[in-house]
Design a binder for this molecule. Structure first.
Ligand SMILES: Cc1cc2nc3c(=O)[nH]c(=O)nc-3n(C[C@H](O)[C@H](O)[C@H](O)COP(=O)(O)OP(=O)(O)OC[C@H]3O[C@@H](n4cnc5c(N)ncnc54)[C@H](O)[C@@H]3O)c2cc1C
Length: 396
């Protein structure tokens, strides 16, 4: 017989969503456990590590991130380069580039300090269900089969999310594959994020370049699923990127110090992020900055709201889907106000990047500033749609 443990709230996964969920649930006086399948939190890193508006989120969540986990807090602008190397004017953004291996562990510390317990090397194997009511999980902890009974299970288990699958919750299909490196020896402005668009190196998406220090950065390509041609590898696309007229100069003589691959969401959030006894937060609920797939801040925020909702449901003794639906209401009425309209901007961007000619012409006609804002999910949707209509009239 497996050993059985009992908790009010069980969080599966100790990434940004899981830590903030655990912290909020513990702050809400729920007996909370976070489990993490890895032996060491935060590694391997599968991320370009940029968090726009980090300090705003810190305030909202009532935390202070350890400064040692931030490698560059001075990013203040973004520049867009067209396929042929035309450069936009810099537009202002505020971003922090973190060290995920330290950052994720620091967030876990916040959860533990709030009173949550953490079990590493503990993998969820299945959910425990009666009908469609989730009431815990089966897990393997340090090689031992265990059962964890919980009033609410929060799936914070990332992109693959078995908790979503086992609980029968559907997620969208649109995602992009990432192929990226941490480089040293770059020629760059450490305060500026350069963004590159071009069909030959990142079909359907864009290149990110997150400066971590004077000459180091996370640089990667994203390829939308279905956009990778037959017999074309991500490695080949990255080589194509290295030949870009501007990027080639910035990368000349640089050395990769890490390679990070993975998949991230690029589309609408899950249809439903709650069920009877279960919630999905962060990547598990595909709650990301839809326009470009950045998920750290959205995971922290949605995790926090999930933890709060779970603790409240436990307190009132009602963990039904109806009661837990307050979580979806709260994330949709806060972070959802920014991310949900981006479903349309991401769709428009996909139309725009169909060919390099169209991208270059768009840069010429409407300016990189507008395109940079579109990529960033900050409006200009109608302006770009209008331009696309005119372009098609002329060229189709
Ligand atoms: C290459 C790449 C670059 C990216 N760059 C950025 C960026 O610059 N900025 C940004 O904001 N976002 C970026 N993202 C997205 C970002 O990494 C995610 O959105 C974010 O990590 C999601 O946080 P999370 O807590 O929801 O999930 P995760 O960080 O994936 O954490 C999930 C945790 O659950 C654990 N887990 C999974 N299954 C189980 C199980 N069965 N039992 C126990 N534990 C389990 C995992 O081990 C993991 O620790 C990038 C993604 C990729 C792939």
């Amino acid at each position: 017989m497996p050993t059985v443990y009992n908790y009010d709230v069980l969080v599966v996964g100790c990434g940004p969503a899981g830590s903030m969920a655990g912290m909020a649930a513990a702050r809400g006086r729920a007996k909370t456990l976070i489990i993490e399948k890895k032996k060491d939190i935060g590694i391997p890193v599968r991320c370009a590590e940029s968090v726009a508006g980090l300090h705003v989120y810190e305030k909202r969540l009532g935390i202070k991130v350890d400064p040692a986990s931030i490698s560059n807090d001075n990013v203040n602008s973004m520049v867009l380069y067209s396929p042929s190397g035309k450069e936009s004017g810099a537009h202002r953004i505020k971003s922090s580039i973190v060290e995920r291996r330290l950052f994720d562990k620091d967030l876990a510390r916040h959860a533990i300090r709030a009173g949550a317990e953490l079990l590493i090397n503990t993998r969820a194997l299945d959910v425990l269900k009666e009908g469609d009511v989730v009431h815990g999980i089966k897990a393997k902890s340090d090689g031992e089969e265990i059962e964890i009974q919980a009033k609410v299970v929060i799936g914070a288990d990332g992109f693959v999310s078995n908790i979503a699958r086992w609980s029968g919750m559907k997620r969208p299909e649109l995602s992009f594959q990432c192929y990226s490196f941490e480089f040293m020896g770059l020629k760059q402005d450490p305060n500026t994020i350069p963004i590159f668009i071009g069909k030959t190196f990142c079909p359907g998406a864009h290149v990110w370049w997150m400066p971590k220090g004077p000459d180091s950065a996370d640089v990667g390509i994203g390829v939308l699923n279905g956009f990778l041609g037959k017999n074309v590898s991500l490695r080949t696309l990255f080589k194509n990127f290295m030949a870009h007229p501007v990027a080639s100069q910035m990368l000349a003589g640089a050395t990769p110090t890490a390679r990070m691959t993975g998949t991230t969401w690029y589309g609408a959030p899950a249809d439903k992020t709650y069920g009877n006894g279960v919630l999905l937060a962060g990547d598990a609920g595909s709650i990301v900055w839809v326009a470009h797939g950045a998920g750290i801040a959205m995971s922290m925020s949605s995790g926090y709201l999930a933890g709060q909702a779970a603790a409240q449901a436990v307190e009132v003794g009602d963990v039904s889907a109806r009661s837990l639906s307050r979580y979806e209401t709260s994330w949709k009425s806060t972070i959802g106000k920014s991310v949900l309209p981006q479903v349309e901007s991401a769709r428009v961007f996909r139309e725009l990047v169909a060919t390099d000619e169209m991208m270059d012409q768009a840069v010429e006609d409407i300016g990189t500033e507008v395109l940079a804002m579109l990529i960033h999910g900050r409006g200009y949707i109608e302006q770009v749609k209008e331009w696309l209509r005119e372009y098609r009239k002329k060229h189709c």
